[in-house]
Design a protein around this ligand. Structure first.
Ligand SMILES: *Cc1c(COP(=O)(O)O)cnc(C)c1O
Length: 240
């Protein structure tokens, strides 16, 4: 059994019922993603549209594809064609573009609103206090469906330091859920990564996004480097 296969099987047997596992595939080779899928992964999370296209060419529609990285306007057309969910929506301008592009292909895109729960400067996500406003703006766009919230928490924080961020995100989630806004279905709370998923689940996550725990440490694969991607096609490195 390969390491990836063993990791996926261990995780799937460990996770409580009702918690969806997203394999966070950034920097991984399509073949590694395929291996994870063959071991039982049902959702692949991608940060970059271009990387997603490469993996999609190998893996295809046998899994769901989630965008978990920030989206630029000029990538929205491709993104709405490829992805089954956008977990990282944090601006009304991008929401409007998603709506326009979805209308062209007759698709309704499920979205999660990304919360900057650590309230870091220069980070993706809306502040907790601005979340309801964005949800209300998005619900008027008929080709998007708000289905929950996603958060990362502060980069590089100890797992324990993330707990308050998860608690805050869950609080906002419940608050918006209670509003019963038309067309809004608060179903998914996507939080927790390899170091923090147990804590996230304790605090109410029902979707977790794991990269390292499935594929191993990033940056030690000799075969893929961002530098191998032509500069004009690179997405900005919005995550670190
Ligand atoms: C990379 C990434 C993950 C997974 O991180 P790991 O620590 O490798 O599990 C989850 N979510 C997002 C948005 C990411 O960019």
């Amino acid at each position: 059994m390969s390491v990836i296969e063993r990791n996926v099987k261990e995780l799937l047997s460990e996770l409580p019922d009702g918690v969806e596992l997203v394999a966070a595939a950034k920097t991984r080779q399509p073949e590694e993603v395929l291996e994870a899928v063959k071991a039982g992964i049902k959702i692949v999370g991608e940060n970059y549209v271009q990387e997603a296209e490469k993996a999609y060419a190998v893996v295809g529609r046998r899994v769901k594809w989630h965008l978990i990285g920030s989206l630029q306007k000029n990538k929205v057309k491709k993104a709405v064609e490829l992805f089954d969910m956008i977990e990282s929506l944090d601006s009304v301008a991008i929401a409007a573009e998603i709506d326009r592009r979805c209308a062209q292909i007759g698709k309704v895109m499920p979205v999660l609103i990304e919360i900057n729960s650590g309230k870091e400067a220069r980070k993706s996500g809306v502040l907790p206090e601005d979340t309801e406003k964005l949800v209300r703006e998005v619900l008027s766009l008929s080709n998007l469906k708000v289905m929950g919230l996603m958060t990362m928490g502060p980069a590089g924080a100890e797992a324990g330091a993330l707990r308050p961020c998860f608690i805050e995100t869950k609080r906002v989630f419940e608050k918006i859920k209670r509003l019963n806004l038309p067309g809004v279905e608060m179903k998914y709370l996507s939080m927790g990564m390899s170091d923090s998923y147990r804590i996230a689940i304790e605090e109410g996550a029902n979707m977790i996004r794991l990269g390292t725990r499935i594929f191993g440490e990033r940056g030690c694969q000799p075969s893929f480097h961002l530098s191998a991607v032509p500069t004009q096609e690179r997405q900005p490195l919005s995550r670190n």
